[in-house]
Structure formats: structure tokens, C-alpha cells
Design a protein around this ligand. Sequence first.
Ligand SMILES: [Zn+2]
Length: 250
Amino acid sequence: MTVDKLIKGKAKRILCFILSFILPIYMINFVFANSPEEFIITDARTYSEADIYKNHENSSKKIAITFDDGPHPQYTAQILDILKKYNIPATFFVVGTNVVRYPELITREIDEGHEIGNHTYNHAYLKNERRGTILNEIIDTERAIFEAADYRPKHLRPPGGMYNKEVCLLAGRLDYDIIIWDIDTRDWAKTPTDKIVNNVLTNVKSGDIILFHDFICGKSPTPEALEQIIPKLLEQGYSFVTVSELIYTN
Ligand SMILES: [Zn+2]
């Protein structure tokens, strides 16, 4: 075999390698790079997953009360009045469809010193959803909040408190922390006021994140429960802070 033939044989093998392996990989990347959703997923591997908080211990008896599912035209306004009366901040995890319906309540929440978090656009159980839906649910809510009040939320509370690795990865990629809770008042189930009050006062400890709802269909026990819980906790030396203040400071 001549040197000339040897070189030709090698060139052929290199060409075969390019056609069999490199070209298909290039084509796959080309297709995915042209889909924004897939681009984010591919890119996400270089980002860390969202941090998850259920509480955050501290030595100064700070706690965070949180309200999900709003805004609600009646109950959110009523709860804001109560918070104002005691001069305490809270965090509202809002649903995009309600933000669009009641943007003025988002503005009021921000103006009165409260924090806004993302609770998805359609109250979707993200754990059961595909990537594209998870992203849309988070991003559409973020856009609705931004359009209502020029505000960008930092925290995601997945509905039902349910998440999986993919939700954590995508939330992290979108620069969110995931916020759950360690006291569930079950106010959404119309738990009687005295049971809610008793549950919170018996179980509360420094660093807790407490779950309430400001959007409840029918009669809500929440405003009355707050009227009893807040003064008692203030008397016991607890201070109320937003979720950001709780988890980012000691
Ligand atoms: Zn919810």
C-alpha cells in the first residue's frame, strides 16, 4: 500500500466519523438552540437548584406570616387593614390570574411595605407539569406582577407546597428561592377560627414561616384569626418580618 493510499484511507475514516457523530450532535444543538424553552433547559445545567426554606432559625424571635392565592377583592383588603393596624409586614404569594383581575391590590401591598411572591399563574401543581408549563406558570406571573406594580418577585411558592427536582432546577435558573412553611393554618379548609388560633399559638417558634390564605371561596376564618393571633404574638415578643428579611438576615 502506498503512502498516498494510506492518507486517503485516513481521510475517509475522518469524514465517516464527522458524518456519523459530529453532524447529528451539531444538528440537535441547532434545533434546540432555536427553541427558547429548550435553550433554557440546556443552559440550566450550569445553574444551581433553588434553595428551599420552610423556616429560618434566628435568635430574635422573628417570624414571617404568608398569604397565598390572592389577591381577593374582599379578604386581601381586609387583611391589609389588619396588618396596617398592627404595623406589621407580611408576604403575599399571588396567583397570576388574580393579579390581572386586581392589580390595584398588588400596588397597595407593595406601597404598605409587604413582599410579593410568585404562586404560579393558574395555581398549577408544578410537580405534575411539563417543563414548558412550569416555565410559563412562573414567567407569566412574574410578568403580571411587573406590569401591575413594576416589581420583580424573588420567591416561588409552588401550589400545594409540591415540587420536584425539575421545579427546583427551573426555579433556580429563573433566580427564585422556593418558600414552603412549617405551620399550616388550614384556613383554606374553613378550619374554625379558634382551632387556627390554637394551632399557631401552640406551635409557633422563632424563625417560623406561617401559611394563611387571603383568597378563600365563601366565608374566610382568616381575618378574625389574625385579629386574635397578632396581638398575642406581639405580647410574647415575636416580631413579624417579610420572608426575605427572615431568610436573608439572622
Ligand atoms: Zn395556593
